[in-house]
Ligand binder design. Structure first.
Ligand code: SAH
Length: 402
């Protein structure tokens, strides 16, 4: 049985030749299936070949039902090369070593960041000897065992691979096999304390959000630590309390952590007492962010606003921008003169300029003097493939508020 061939319309090969990793359904002129092919269309997650209108094969990738029809895995070949997974994972591991992320005081990092590591639809985060893997496509789901094997073969520190794709796989696709569970190794009997810049964090990949921790804020947390000394800090949307623990190490006078999830509040409390068993200057509150900010009368020297993505899709952009404006206006109001606001957006659909404009409108609405000190972004273990600018999702501003 031959691989299905996706024939592109004339000129639509240009983006593939420029190494963009997605083929949109509108670019396809026809699909050629072998006579012996058992179905009347390619199957979701199946490997397909992509060809220009003359039939010349340009790439292979995973077929997907939806507006992104193919996620390309390899260019200039008609089949996946031998040792494809091993080679890609080895390259990713080498990059993380080059970045200096694998140290005695740091064993928490992203190993695979989708298109940024030339593996669209795959995310793998590492916590010590455990890799937590998420498939965002049925194609990656189908290859999960080969991928897990390649991770343990190529990354010598990894002893177990946990698969966690119950929230990330497309809902409507028929899915064979389990969406969660250990692919390699045994469950840990004790709590895993991952190390980030010398601080310990309890990682609960079984019930935690995403892979269990937000690895992408490592550098912003370190910057916050630098500003925390002697200050009253408010960490909104704290989740596991990454920013709170760094603020305490930085010598904050008080730290208040807020999240709507009571499970997150338990985690932040555990993380604070693990790192600072005698700290009496930390308070954790389970509350909705707007309810908390509306009711709170105190002002703070340092506030972090790191909400979940307000725009998951392009059609939600306008509402999301209003949400960022409202939230940042509240945040700016609560800052003492001469204080600092760390504000973030992790919505992929909202670019840097849109976010900055929303924060600008918030500042103008409150009428405070606001200056930008730093412009933050995702760290280097979440690389942005230059041919796939859509991979840039995290942006932040550090503002000085007078
Ligand atoms: N800053 C965190 C990551 C934040 S993720 C870190 O460094 O790890 C976003 C968090 O916002 C989640 O923990 C989620 O529970 C919380 N959240 C979502 N909606 C909320 C709301 N309305 N009010 C307060 N917290 C909310």
């Amino acid at each position: 049985m031959n691989t299905p061939v996706i024939i592109l319309k004339p000129h639509k090969e240009e983006s593939v030749l420029r190494l963009h990793m997605w083929v949109f359904s509108g670019a396809i002129s026809k699909i050629v299936l072998d006579k012996s092919y058992p179905y009347d269309a390619p199957q979701e997650g199946e490997l397909v070949q992509v060809a220009d209108h003359t039939g010349k094969i340009l790439a292979v990738g995973h077929w997907q039902i939806g507006s992104i029809a193919v996620r390309i895995l390899a260019f200039g070949v008609d089949t996946l090369p031998n040792r494809f997974w091993h080679d890609r994972i080895t390259a990713a591991w080498q990059l993380r070593q080059t970045l200096g992320l694998v140290r005695e005081d740091n064993n928490t990092f992203r190993l695979i960041h989708g298109e940024g590591d030339f593996l669209p639809g795959l995310v793998i985060d590492v916590y010590g000897d455990t890799a937590v893997m998420q498939a965002h496509s049925i194609g990656m789901h189908n290859h999960r065992m080969e991928i897990a094997q390649a991770v343990t073969d190529c990354v010598p520190i990894i002893k177990r691979v946990y698969y966690k794709s119950d929230d990330t796989l497309p809902f409507k696709a028929p899915i064979e096999g389990d969406k969660t569970g250990y692919l390699i190794g045994e469950p840990l009997k004790e709590v895993l304390w991952a190390l980030e810049n010398g601080l310990g964090f309890r990682i609960d990949w079984l019930t935690g959000q995403k892979t269990g921790f937000f690895v992408d804020q490592r550098e912003s947390r370190a910057l916050l630590e630098h500003y925390a000394k002697g200050h009253d800090v408010l960490n909104m949307f704290c989740y596991t309390g990454g920013f709170s623990v760094y603020a305490l190490r930085g010598g904050a006078k008080t730290v208040t952590s807020v999240d709507v999830s009571s499970k997150a509040i338990e985690l932040v409390q555990d993380n604070v007492s693990h790192n600072f068993p005698h700290a009496t200057n930390h308070t954790a509150v389970a509350a909705d962010a707007f309810d908390f900010l509306n009711a709170e009368e105190r002002k703070f020297d340092l506030i972090i606003l790191d909400p979940p993505a307000f725009a998951k899709h392009r059609d939600a952009i306008q509402n999301a921008l209003r949400g960022y404006r409202r939230l940042n206006a509240k945040g700016i109001e609560k800052i003492r003169p001469g204080g600092i606001l760390f504000t973030f957006s992790c919505s992929q659909a909202i670019d840097k300029e849109m976010f900055r404009l929303a924060v600008f409108s918030a500042a103008a609405q409150v009428g405070r003097k606001v200056r930008i000190l730093h412009q933050l972004h995702q760290p280097a273990d979440h690389p942005i493939n230059i041919y796939h600018p859509e991979g840039e999702y995290l942006k932040g501003l550090v503002l000085y508020v007078e």
